[in-house]
Write a new protein. Structure first.
Length: 230
């Protein structure tokens, strides 16, 4: 059983008897799932054991990030002037959430109920079961990716990191964002192509970025960490 520590194929081969490899948390990207499967062991997560308080904390951070990252970026740049911040009222914003598991669900509820935002959510399982436009809860509607890119004032990533989602946010994704959204990543750093992010900020395609995680940690690229817009 692990939380953050990686479980390699070599580690999986060590026990004489192995039935399950488990993670206390969300995601299996730090477990060699294929190696476990080949040994006949299951791989699973136990998000509810540790994540209720964590999900609330992270979703609060995410919610406040929507409101605060513009102010923070001005502060990092050394020109924080509240009179000229041009902040928007959160209740007038559309928030797009990509990924609707445990954390995404809590974030959607908090930004809709707590801040009065319109929330668009998307995930493969949602689109299998509902048509875009279906209201899951007051102010929370199922969407496809294109609608989020075209209408969201802030985009929040709650995706697992897999080969298919690595660099999910790339140049093509960012070019299709129409409202100069804030990009908020509270999931895995590898979801965002760092170079594409910096190019989008330079081109004015994004209003800013709130990054709880950055690809390359624990020593992420200095350009991402020192940029006043991220």
């Amino acid at each position: 059983m692990t939380c953050w520590a990686p479980v390699s194929a070599r580690a999986i081969q060590q026990p004489s008897s192995l039935r399950i490899v488990a993670r206390l948390g969300v995601g299996l990207d730090n477990i060699a799932v294929q190696a476990a499967t080949e040994r006949g062991a299951g791989s699973r997560t136990y998000p509810t054991i540790v994540s209720k308080k964590f999900r609330i904390t992270r979703s609060r951070c995410c919610s406040h990030c929507v409101a605060a990252c513009v102010i923070r970026s001005r502060g990092k740049a050394g020109n924080l002037e509240s009179a000229s911040a041009r902040l928007r009222r959160l209740k007038n914003m559309t928030i797009g959430i990509i990924g609707y598991g445990h954390n995404g669900t809590v974030t959607a509820r908090k930004v809709s109920q707590g801040f009065g935002c319109r929330v668009l959510v998307t995930a493969p399982t949602l689109l299998k079961n509902y048509e875009p436009g279906h209201e899951l809860a007051p102010a929370i509607s199922v969407s496809d990716l294109k609608q989020i890119q075209h209408e969201a004032d802030a985009i929040v990533l709650h995706l697992p990191l897999t080969p298919a989602t690595r660099h999910f946010v790339d140049d093509e994704f960012l070019k299709n964002c129409r409202c100069r959204p804030l990009l908020i990543n509270v999931s895995r750093g590898g979801l965002v192509d760092n170079e594409a992010l910096l190019r989008a900020l330079d081109a004015g395609l994004l209003s800013g970025a709130g990054l709880d995680v950055v690809e390359g940690e624990p020593t992420p690229p200095l350009a991402c960490c020192s940029d006043p817009r991220s």
